[in-house]
Design a protein around this ligand. Structure first.
Ligand SMILES: [Zn+2]
Length: 71
C-alpha cells in the first residue's frame, strides 16, 4: 500500500478490530454487552471509511488492478 491514507485507515480498522475482539472476550462483556456493541459499531465505521476512501483512491485502484491481472 503506497497511499498513507489507506494505511492509516487500515491501521484504525485493525486497531478497532482488536479492541472489539478484546471487548468480546473480557469479563466485562458479560456484565455490559453494550460495550462490545459500541466497539462493533466503531469497527464497522472504520471499515466503511476504508472502503469509501479506496473507491476514490488511485493507489487502491492500481493495487486492485495488479491483484486482478495476477490471477
Ligand atoms: Zn488511499
Amino acid at each position: 500500500m503506497t497511499c498513507c491514507e489507506c494505511r492509516d485507515l487500515y491501521r484504525t480498522f485493525e486497531r478497532r478490530s482488536n479492541q472489539y475482539v478484546e471487548a468480546r472476550s473480557s469479563a466485562l462483556f458479560r456484565v455490559n454487552p453494550q460495550i462490545a456493541t459500541r466497539k462493533q459499531v466503531s469497527l464497522l465505521r472504520a471499515l466503511s471509511d476504508l472502503r469509501e476512501h479506496q473507491e476514490e483512491c488511485p493507489w487502491a485502484m492500481v493495487a486492485e488492478h495488479f491483484a486482478n491481472s495476477e490471477n
